[in-house]
Design a binder for this molecule. Structure first.
Ligand code: HAM
Length: 411
């Protein structure tokens, strides 16, 4: 876990704002779920998921309830749907921290932020396309170019179950040739063996059956429409039949966005898919669902690597230097801020030299200087700290108006 301080914190905030600007015009509205839920909300994600079995921050609270810090937000949105029963389709977006007890490294943190969308109550392959297209548009808005979209369809639950059986048989037949870790994974979830990066597993995985041999006609047709919709919108993608993702709730469409600049273990910038069935698992009616979550920390690392989406300029407009006690600085900064001009000042009535140093450090465009002479004569000095304009003396009564003309469009 880490502190995010300026200017990175401003970048974080802007990131979320841009995400809202992309998804709100498409009808998505923000949901702010709690960061902690009853443990049961997340155990429904499946006991074959490391995120649930190994990485959850769960504890018993003072009231004896077994709760967990959320490892992701899809389950929370589904839980909220069950409680609120909103009109469908329920199109939501969210942002905020999640917690997973993972081994920290570049791009992997124990507290990390996500932005995401979820749509509940609409079963339409064109919705899958819309959801993917919104993530794609967001990457475009950030300026990221090295993003690859991988898509797959895990079929209907029955298809998936038959595929999992076939995989189990295939991997069991490999016996000891399979790594010990993968043999362990096999007991819990044969699909996840496909994720193994161990060299000895590679040839066995290469020979494994693929999901396309198991998809029902309906699932295959759904996937075909998703692919043709992506083509219609000119969104490039690669079909990756080994894409199973880390959560067990996916049915039919799954997708992932990979960055080109990060280590392969952390190169997933975001991912998502259909999870028809999760609402039911949480006690609701049969409801289809689809969405994605994008890792904020990781995506910002990718932005830094690609030199795009820099932190917004946070330089102050005006820095007030007042060597007469500080009351003038109080009044001037207050008036400037009310006029839409950002203003900072020095404190503790320090020397002219010390205050001017602080003014330079602030990155301000102008310093306003009030010394004893200016106080007596009812004037102020406006000194440019950047740019070409000349220093001038302005009547104190005209000071705020004078400065507003130097920052047109602020009010
Ligand atoms: P996920 O693949 O577990 O999916 O996480 C989505 C993204 O969150 C990852 O691609 C990654 O960028 C980021 N992320 C995950 N763990 C960490 C970490 N420890 N440190 C930094 N970033 C991390 C989900 O969470 C699903 N809820 C996505 C979804 C929404 N599916 C349907 N709707």
């Amino acid at each position: 876990m880490r502190d995010i301080v300026a200017p990175e914190s401003a970048r974080f905030r802007r990131f979320t704002e841009v995400f809202g600007e992309v998804v709100e015009p498409a009808g998505y509205r923000q949901i702010i779920p709690p960061m902690m839920e009853d443990l049961g909300v997340f155990t429904r994600l499946g006991d074959a998921t490391d995120i649930v079995t190994k990485e959850m921050y769960d504890f018993v609270d003072k009231g004896g309830r077994h709760v967990a810090l959320r490892p992701e937000q899809t389950a929370s949105v589904c839980r909220a749907y069950v409680e609120l029963r909103p009109l469908t389709p329920w199109k939501t977006w969210y942002s905020g921290p999640n917690f997973r007890y993972e081994k920290p490294q570049r791009g992997r943190f124990r507290q990390f932020d996500q932005v995401g969308i979820e749509v509940l109550g609409a079963d339409d392959p064109y919705l899958d396309v819309e959801v993917i297209a919104l993530a794609w548009e967001f990457y475009r808005r950030l300026g990221l170019r090295q993003v690859q979209l991988l898509v797959n369809s895990l079929g209907e639950p029955d298809d998936r179950a038959r595929y999992v059986d076939a995989l189990r048989r295939h991997f069991e037949a490999a016996g000891d040739a399979l790594s010990e870790q993968s043999r362990e994974t096999l007991n819990k979830n044969p699909l996840r063996v496909l994720d193994s990066k161990r060299r000895e597993d590679a040839p066995i995985i290469a020979d494994a059956p693929t999901i396309d041999q198991f998809r029902s006609d309906a699932a295959a047709a759904h996937f075909a429409t998703v692919r043709s919709g992506l083509d219609d919108l000119a969104i490039p993608f690669v079909i990756d039949m080994r894409l199973v993702r880390g959560l067990d709730y996916y049915r039919r469409t799954t997708f992932e966005f990979q960055g080109g600049t990060l280590d392969s273990a952390q190169n997933a910038l975001g991912g998502g898919g259909r999870y028809d069935g999760l609402v039911e698992d949480l006690g609701g009616p049969p409801t289809s669902g689809i969405g994605f979550a994008l890792g904020v920390d990781r995506t910002l690392l990718a932005c830094s690597d690609e030199r795009v989406f820099a932190a917004p300029d946070d330089a102050i407009d005006v820095f007030v230097v007042d060597t007469t006690g500080g009351r003038e600085a109080l009044l001037i900064t207050s008036d400037l801020r009310a006029a839409g001009i950002s203003a900072d000042r020095a404190y503790e009535n320090r020397s002219m030299k010390a205050q001017m140093k602080a003014a330079d450090r602030s990155g301000a465009t102008f310093a306003v200087i009030i010394g004893p002479d200016e106080l007596t004569s009812g004037t102020a000095i406006v000194r440019p700290l950047r740019g070409e304009s000349e220093q001038g003396t302005v009547a104190r009564a005209d000071l705020i108006f004078d400065l507003t003309t130097r920052f047109p469009g602020r009010t």
